[in-house]
Ligand binder design. Structure first.
Ligand code: B16
Ligand code: MG
Length: 216
């Protein structure tokens, strides 16, 4: 029996995945890397900031020290944070508020499980804060997805057992993390069919059979 739903943030609740792409693309261009594409950006879904940086740097041939990499990641984050300043509730993806309201009415607990360290500001700026019971994010963890830590921390904060939680994700790393945490998953987003999730839907605005999913 499912008692709590843990939602990933970027690409599931909000469209910030587009802003991540814009910020990484800008950094790549500043470094003289012109071949960084949307396809490369798809590999950054759900993975940490430093791992995402490696995906950009692998498109070029220059070698950077750890110190330089830290500075580059910070540069990207500054650009991303600037883009986040314009964020409002229009960034909330279609069907999100309706799905959460329905689940809350059914007595489900609602959590967020995101490796993003910008999670609190995103929830605040989009007005999603009031929909969420507990947040587990990049500020709470040391290991990024596909490690299960972010979802296990979310379950603990919700005071639920892992098997009582369902994860909603748009990334393969996130689905692997959910499995490793002992949780079932609902895969959404442009790649929902190839994520390996327990259940699949194009997005939270799809006709989802929550009744049977919640029975576990
Ligand atoms: P930040 P999620 C992930 O969020 C993004 O999908 C990924 O592209 C990003 O690198 C990561 O957060 C770290 O974000 O740089 O803001 O700390 O999908 O787990 O909600
Ligand atoms: Mg995501």
């Amino acid at each position: 029996m499912i008692k709590g739903i843990i939602f990933d943030l970027d690409g599931v609740l909000v469209s910030t995945d587009e802003l991540h792409y814009e910020a990484w693309k800008q950094l790549a261009e500043e470094l003289g890397i012109t071949s960084f594409t949307k396809e490369d950006n798809e590999k950054q879904r759900g993975v940490s900031r430093m791992e995402s940086l490696e995906i950009v740097l692998n498109k070029g041939d220059k070698v950077y020290s750890e110190e330089e990499k830290e500075a580059l990641a910070e540069r990207k984050n500054d650009c991303y944070k600037e883009l986040l300043e314009t964020l409002d509730d229009s960034a909330v993806l279609s069907g999100v508020k309706e799905a959460i309201s329905y689940l809350k009415e059914k007595g489900l607990l609602i959590g967020v499980g995101s490796v993003s360290k910008n999670t609190p500001v995103i929830l605040q700026k989009t007005g999603l804060e009031s929909y969420i019971d507990k947040v587990s994010c990049g500020l709470d963890i040391t290991n990024s997805k596909p490690d299960p830590e972010v979802f296990l921390v979310a379950a603990k904060k919700l005071e639920l057992e892992p098997e009582e939680c369902l994860v909603v994700e748009d990334s393969e790393a996130g689905i692997v993390a959910a499995k490793a945490a002992g949780m079932k998953s609902l895969g959404v987003g442009p790649y929902y069919k190839s994520l390996g999730a327990t259940y699949e839907a194009t997005g939270l605005d799809a006709d989802i059979d929550w009744e049977s999913i919640l029975e576990g």
